[in-house]
Write a protein that binds this ligand. Structure first.
Ligand SMILES: [Zn+2]
Length: 340
């Protein structure tokens, strides 16, 4: 690469990275104001540097060597959503021959309960997790040969309520595409959650043998779009400042995704890491650029400023970096802290 800097704009999706980084700084400031100072400090430096590398097949790719892995971090939520999406696509590709051979169906199931106020959120999330475990022991679930479950929490500013719900991808050996199936699941979910009302559920096919390849692909992709976020960045932005401390505590240690049967096996075969344990690795790796890095970008407070490799050293434009230098603190990591 003669002039890596010239190609950077095409490679690193500048707007997305910069938007995510700016949002992440904003959230860090909000966490700080909420008294979550250590988390705020980690998030502040999250994605401070971007590394442009050349992949094995010669493509240029951008990644952030230092991510805080905080669930409320817009930068990390975006990166994780991309990873979830890519991993699920890989799982589907790996299972495709089996799915085609046996004529399996895939559906997207959404399980909800009514919105609630913040003090009830954690109890409800835990209740939903238990209910899910009860649901998969029911008879209809014998026809499910693989599943992936993702918990998403949204916030409604009008009613000031929270809405935890589950997006579940199910692969069926035998799928009865009638309202009867939805009824069985709704009743099962109602009983498992111990509800005195009929919950809203939605189930729709995202794959079957009918239809052309293009539309099949689009359906699965749209299902995975819904699957990929725990707390969407545009949602965490709306959570009122007065709720933030308690909300952060309510989602602490929650298992947001889980996988079962054929999907779990495929993930293992593909070597995908357990996402939750990956998220717990909240330490910031201070990776030095290795030989695959061909350009570095550093956050300057408003944008990523490129550095170039000259005489064996990475050099930034000092003027552009002065803002960043004033803001960045790398003394952010404390293990075993007691805050949320
Ligand atoms: Zn982060």
């Amino acid at each position: 690469m003669n002039n890596p800097v010239a190609n950077i704009n095409e490679v690193y999706q500048g707007n997305r990275w910069e938007g995510a980084k700016a949002a992440s700084r904003k959230m860090a400031a909000r966490l700080y104001a909420a008294g979550l100072t250590k988390r705020a400090a980690r998030m502040w430096t999250c994605g401070d540097y971007l590394a442009i590398r050349k992949s094995d097949d010669g493509e240029l790719i951008a990644d952030a060597p230092q991510l805080c892995r905080d669930r409320l971090c817009p930068m990390c939520a975006w990166r994780l959503s991309r990873r979830r999406f890519a991993e699920m696509m890989a799982v589907f590709n790996a299972l495709a021959p089996e799915i085609i051979e046996h004529d399996y169906s895939a559906t997207m199931l959404t399980l909800t309960i009514r919105n609630m106020k913040l003090p009830d959120l954690r109890r409800s999330i835990d209740g939903m997790a238990t209910a899910w475990h009860n649901l998969i022991r029911r008879e209809f679930f014998r026809d499910v040969i693989g599943w992936a479950r993702s918990l998403e929490i949204t916030y409604n500013p009008q009613t000031q309520t929270y809405h935890p719900h589950m997006h579940i991808i199910l692969i069926w050996a035998k799928y009865d595409n009638t309202s009867a199936t939805a009824e069985v699941i709704r009743d099962g979910w109602k009983a498992a959650c111990n509800l005195d009302y009929s919950p809203v559920i939605d189930i729709r096919k995202v794959y079957s043998r009918d239809g052309d390849g293009e539309s099949k692909h689009a359906l699965i992709k749209s299902a995975l779009e819904a699957f990929k976020y725990a707390v969407k960045p545009d949602c965490s932005e709306k959570i009122p400042q007065s709720d933030l401390f308690e909300f952060a505590g309510a989602i602490k240690g929650v298992r947001f995704v889980s996988y079962g049967k054929a999907i779990k096996r495929a993930r293992t075969a593909l070597g995908f890491k357990n996402e939750e344990s990956a998220e717990d690795e909240s330490d910031m790796k201070n990776e030095l650029p290795d030989e695959t890095v061909i350009a570095l970008l550093a956050w300057s407070g408003t944008r990523y400023a490129p550095a170039v490799l000259t005489d064996g050293k990475w050099r930034f434009n000092p003027a552009e970096l002065s803002t960043a230098a004033a803001n960045v603190s790398h003394e952010t990591k404390t293990e075993g802290e007691n805050e949320q």
